[in-house]
Design a protein around this ligand. Structure first.
Ligand code: AMP
Length: 507
């Protein structure tokens, strides 16, 4: 039986199962043999829970090697993996479960009581998974079942066009959309990144990204698996831990915040970074200044790339050629990228700013149960309209100049203003609001809410009232009160004016 993604992800590792796949935070080595066995255990448990090919497995758990094995086990059992940001509140989780109707929902043991009624209402079986404890200690119902299950499993047949994952992206209209990613989407991108970035079985990737997002789950983990390499699997980005391990790693993938934090630490030098052959950055714009400062301190030029949940990776600066600060490089092999007039879709000449549109095996197959939304985001000739504004220069380098959809990216996480605005507008005393991102030295951008009120309101009270409604990273860091929102003649709020006015608020 063939399973397009799982077979390819394990192919290199299976050549020598005794090799290391991961170094864990407690110092343990995790072999490819363990990857084979634990993914089989999870696949057995899921199958026993009634998982049929195509069924979703929604997962909101802390980062652990077992959570990564649960992803592989789901794909192996023919399921569709649906990871959720650990910061999502129960109200947000309820939306995802109701929308995606997963067969199984796996959560943190600590959240079980709170989330069980929500899972039940959505028709999902609830299971728990904590960090797998070593000495026979329970780490949740799913790990108990996995430990008792067989470590052999006949992988379920799945083809290139079958779904392997659904990743939700926030929607500008306030409604999140589930991006459907096929086996072929994920595999093609992993293979292209392995070649482009020269990953081999000798590589050791320092993995400090979350695994509920495309960057940590697919860009990092799939690429290393396909290469048969290893990862130093850290629970999160902790500067001390990163410095402790830099000398053992050959590569690190990061969001810009990682690099500004490293730069703020006096330990960063040619020596401490000297074992790394490749630093990559993505998920948000890397300031040219950060790129230059990093090179001055370490002698290494960060390789910036560009992608998104719906498309996987689209472009990358070259491995050998010039890595140009402030650009995201060239389209990856197999990816067609053009700059189009946002209104008409007509292709624009070199150097002109327009909508970035992409087509290729990396591009998702549509939004879950939103055929109209899907249709409206694709051109007739199959190009996906990314929502990012950019240009291609005379040398072919792509630059992103802005986000058409006013997305705020804070610490690598996306916040769609509309969602926060809807929550603010519901509060008593609020007339309307506009949410913007303003420069923040640690997070890149921070969320700020500009509020028009009909009665005197306190900033703290507004921020406090949003705590239970929104994940922490979406909550405004500041609320400012304005007499009215600036609007253009078409009635659209001019967020650029607000951004300029409050640019210094968080710095
Ligand atoms: P996500 O779906 O969470 O991966 O977010 C995708 C969005 O992040 C893209 O549409 C871009 O707006 C932004 N993004 C990703 N990589 C970069 C980059 N290197 N430079 C600027 N923006 C980026």
């Amino acid at each position: 039986m063939t399973n397009t993604l799982f077979d390819a992800l394990l192919a290199a590792g299976r050549r020598d199962l005794s090799r290391r796949f991961a170094l864990l935070p407690d110092g343990r080595d995790y072999s490819y043999e363990a990857v084979e066995a634990v993914s089989a255990r999870f696949a057995n448990v899921l199958t026993k829970l009634g998982l049929q090919p195509g069924d979703r497995v929604a997962v909101q758990v802390e980062k652990s090697i077992e959570a990564l094995m649960l992803y592989l086990g789901t794909v192996r059992a023919g399921g569709v993996f649906l990871p959720l940001n650990t910061a999502y509140t129960p109200a947000e989780v309820e939306y995802f479960l109701t929308d995606a109707k997963p067969r199984v929902f796996v959560c943190d043991p600590k959240k079980r009581d709170q989330l069980a009624p929500i899972a039940e209402a959505a028709g999902a079986t609830i299971e728990t998974l904590g960090v797998w404890a070593s000495e026979g200690q329970s780490a949740g119902s799913l790990s108990d079942k996995a430990l008792a299950a067989s470590n052999r499993f006949a992988t379920v047949e799945r083809g290139p066009e079958d779904l392997a994952a659904i990743l939700y992206t926030s929607g500008t209209t306030g409604r999140s959309k589930g991006a459907m990613l096929t086996h072929a989407n994920l595999l093609s991108n992993a293979e292209v990144l392995k070649e482009t970035w020269r990953f081999t079985e000798d590589d050791v990737l320092l993995h400090a990204l979350p695994i509920f997002h495309t960057h940590g789950l697919f860009v990092a983990s799939n690429t290393l698996l396909v290469a048969g390499g290893a990862m130093i699997f850290l629970p999160k980005f902790d500067v001390d831990e990163v410095f402790r391990h830099l000398g053992q790693a050959t590569s690190m993938m990061g969001v810009p915040t990682f690099y500004t934090r490293l730069l703020a630490d006096e330990r960063l030098s040619r020596e401490t970074a000297g074992h790394i052959r490749l630093f990559t950055s993505g998920s948000a714009p890397l300031l040219a200044e950060t790129h230059r400062a990093f090179e001055a301190r370490t002698g290494q030029r960060i390789l910036e790339r560009y992608g998104m949940t719906e498309t996987n990776m689209n472009t990358s600066n070259p491995y050998d050629g010039e890595r140009r600060a402030g650009t995201v490089g060239f389209p990856l092999p197999g990816v067609s990228l053009r700059i189009a007039d946002p209104e008409t879709g007509a292709e624009l000449p070199v150097g002109e700013i327009g909508m970035i549109e992409v087509k290729g095996p990396n591009v998702f197959s549509g939004y879950w149960q939103m055929p109209e939304k899907t249709a409206s985001e694709f051109r007739k000739d199959g190009f996906f309209i990314t929502g990012d504004l950019g240009l291609i220069d005379a040398d072919g380098y792509v630059s992103i100049v802005g986000r058409g959809k006013d997305l705020v990216i804070t610490g690598g996480f996306n916040v769609y203003p509309k969602e926060v605005e809807l929550a603010i507008d519901e509060l008593p005393g609020v007339v309307e609001s506009a949410v913007i991102g303003v420069p923040h030295k640690d997070f890149g951008e921070g969320v700020v809410g500009c509020v028009v009120a009909k009665e005197p309101l306190e900033e703290e009270a507004v921020i406090g009232a949003l705590k239970d409604k929104l994940a922490r990273f979406k909550q405004p860091k500041r609320i400012v009160f304005v007499d009215e929102l600036p609007r253009n003649t078409m009635g659209k709020v001019q967020k650029n004016i607000l951004r300029e006015r409050f640019a210094g608020l968080l710095s």
